[in-house]
Design a protein around this ligand. Structure first.
Ligand SMILES: Cc1ncc(COP(=O)(O)O)c(C=O)c1O
Length: 375
């Protein structure tokens, strides 16, 4: 019996929602898309949001909607899934890495300020593990340098910062609905923004760039069949089938958050007395939706502890290998050592199982094994 580090929670309401769509007229862009987009926007506290095929697609669409292109720089964290950076590279941008805060694993606003140049177009921050970034400071730093703040909230839908939902904090926010995330549509993602024009550009990009509204066309008198593509776009449409699943899941989000919070608290109660084990920080004013339970152990023992837990059926993970350590970046000239806090964080990190359906008995087994590994 293995315990994964993360997995989806699917109940009968999710199954019924998908089956209903399979019998309807629409498999792809139909009524569930707009319904899911409205539900994401409500959760994000924004006037609008658009859904796409993955969190990676959401990042690509967001960078495109912000006008990121060749010659621009994007300042981002190395403590993330590589897509936060690589999607900006597909737009022609150069990536500049800024180091993280040692307690949260989130990008450090002072390091961002030091990394900004007159070519910085976007600061891309990530809510590591679900803990919101210092969005107000980051927005201040980004805006002072003429850049926009993107919040990659793949981990943190429904987290709050000083009572405000993630989604409403940055110029643009992206979400992922991959199965291990806080809610799932199988694959899926979304882009939210307080700026409706930015969401409109994102929506157009994910629909091949097509414009059907005659009022927005250059040649509206061509005929009733006419459509135009005024700017680049791709097909990142999320099908109705998956939007139905996303909708059913988003109605369970408050319950998911309560269950993840209870798991977080049980870990803290079961593990906080162990020397050599560092638990996640909760900064004042934050109310995280926990996607990861990221602990830190002495770097020289990390591998043995990781292998012990895996050998005992606890399928722990490491989040993340610093992005610029990947050969893709090394071959472009990025060198190890540039973000020492992130590199040390990586060397010490292990992600314990964290998902809504983790049972108390399975969690107790994880706690016991962690205690044994660190004895
Ligand atoms: C921080 C972060 N950004 C982006 C992504 C990409 O999301 P997806 O897997 O839905 O493409 C992920 C998912 O792994 C992630 O963890």
């Amino acid at each position: 019996m293995t315990i994964p580090y993360g997995r989806q929670s699917i109940d009968q309401s999710d199954i019924d929602a998908v089956i209903e769509v399979l019998g309807s007229d629409w498999l792809t862009t139909g009524p569930k898309v707009a319904e899911f987009e409205a539900a994401v926007a409500r959760t994000a506290g924004t006037p609008d949001a658009t859904v796409v095929t993955s969190g990676t697609a959401a990042l690509h669409v967001a960078y495109a909607a912000m006008g990121v292109g060749t010659g621009d720089e994007v300042v981002t964290t190395p403590m993330t899934f590589a897509a936060t950076a690589t999607t900006a590279m597909t737009q022609g941008a150069t990536i500049v890495f800024a180091d993280i805060q040692n307690d949260t694993g989130n990008i450090d606003p002072d390091a961002v300020a030091a990394a900004m140049t007159d070519r910085t177009r976007v600061v891309a921050a990530v809510d590591y593990g679900g803990h919101p970034v210092d969005a107000d400071r980051l927005a201040e730093v980004a805006h002072a340098g003429g850049a926009l703040l993107l919040e990659d909230a793949a981990h943190s839908i429904s987290s709050l910062l000083n009572g405000r939902p993630v989604g409403s904090l940055a110029d643009v926010t992206t979400f992922s609905f991959f199965p291990t995330k806080n809610l799932t549509s199988g694959e899926g993602g979304a882009v939210a923004s307080p700026d409706p024009d930015l969401v409109a550009r994102a929506r157009r990009f994910r629909t091949i760039g097509i414009v059907r509204d005659p009022a927005q066309q250059r040649y509206p008198d061509e005929g009733p069949w006419h459509l135009e593509i005024p700017a680049l776009g791709l097909n990142y449409r999320l099908p109705d089938i998956l939007c139905a699943l996303g909708l059913a899941q988003i109605s369970r989000l408050a319950d998911f958050k309560a269950r993840r919070t209870a798991i977080f608290n049980r870990y803290v109660a079961g593990l906080s007395d162990i020397d050599d084990l560092r638990l996640p920080t909760v900064r004042e004013g934050t109310d995280p939706m926990w996607h990861l339970f990221a602990v830190r152990v002495p770097a020289e023992r990390r591998r043995a502890i990781f292998e012990f837990l895996r050998a005992n059926g606890v399928l722990v993970q490491v989040n993340y290998i610093p992005t610029y350590w990947h050969p893709l970046f090394e071959d472009l000239g990025y060198r190890r050592g540039q973000c020492p806090v992130a590199e040390q964080f990586y060397r010490e990190e292990i992600s314990l199982p964290m998902f809504a359906d983790l049972s108390p008995s399975d969690q107790d087994r994880v706690i016991e094994l962690v205690r044994e590994a660190l004895r």
